[in-house]
Ligand binder design. Structure first.
Ligand code: ZN
Ligand code: ZN
Length: 252
């Protein structure tokens, strides 16, 4: 097999990215929006002006620090959620096959131009529709590949599946009866067998009730007004849900 040379490969990816981004800008005009916002949990990058919104699915390939002149791939970064970095695997695997060390080393001295090369390579390998490079609160340049435009209805449905938790920040939503808590065992009956971080179908939610609620449900024969009133379901975050599960069942 012919070995490709890194520099010429990176260069060709940069050329491709220029064309890709030009079309992307023309199609979506993202620079015309007043605000941008990304959310690792939902994997959505949002541009907005007033209540006008444009959403994309994105993944984060890594970050460049102007302060230390270093590059860090997202797979080497514990603060980047799996949800927005698993897609980078294709770049790393390609790097392994091609013996491109820069694509397989997690953290090293680098420069901004090189960071754009990594972004161009990732956009090409992952068939991105465009890229975006925001700067976060720690003044790190983040490099995103955008993969899909998400219409407003779908973005709302995705956002509705998340909740801001006082203990655990922004997480997926879960439902428990009013008796479940963080300190006392009351039993844990689920509507389906669950585990943390599992993928859920759009219609599915984490749901659990205590033993008492289960007894009431069985005596009523179903979830009806009476059993629902007794359970008085409340919203918690996914992390709280699995902490309650572990407290009651000894496993998550
Ligand atoms: Zn209960
Ligand atoms: Zn929580």
């Amino acid at each position: 097999m012919e070995t490709i040379e890194y520099n010429s490969f990176a260069e060709s990816c940069i050329e491709d990215l220029k064309a890709l981004q030009e079309k992307f800008q023309k199609d979506y005009d993202i620079d015309s929006y007043d605000n941008w916002f990304y959310n690792q949990s939902t994997g959505l990058l949002t541009f907005s002006t007033g209540d006008q919104e444009l959403n994309f699915k994105y993944f984060n390939i890594g970050s460049f620090s102007q302060k230390s002149n270093t590059w860090k791939w997202s797979w080497d970064n514990d603060t980047t959620l799996e949800n927005v970095k698993s897609q980078v695997r294709v770049v790393r695997e390609f790097g392994q096959q091609s013996y491109f060390e820069k694509l397989t080393t997690g953290y090293f001295e680098s420069n901004e131009f090189e960071a754009w090369e990594f972004l161009a390579i990732a956009a090409k390998l992952a068939k991105g529709m465009g890229v975006y490079r925001p700067v976060n609160d720690e003044h790190l340049q983040l490099f995103f590949v955008l993969t899909e435009v998400v219409d407003n209805d779908k973005a709302k449905r995705i956002n509705d599946k998340y909740v801001q938790c006082g203990l655990h920040d922004f997480r997926r939503i879960a439902f428990v009866c009013r008796h479940l808590n963080h300190t006392t065992k009351v039993g844990f009956e689920e509507s389906f067998e669950s585990y943390e971080d599992m993928e859920l179908f759009e219609d599915d939610d984490f749901q659990a009730g205590c033993d008492e609620c289960e007894t009431v449900r069985q005596s009523e024969g179903e979830w009806n007004d009476n059993s629902m009133a007794f359970a008085d379901i409340k919203i918690v975050c996914e992390k709280c849900y699995f902490e309650m599960k572990e407290l009651n069942l000894g496993h998550r």
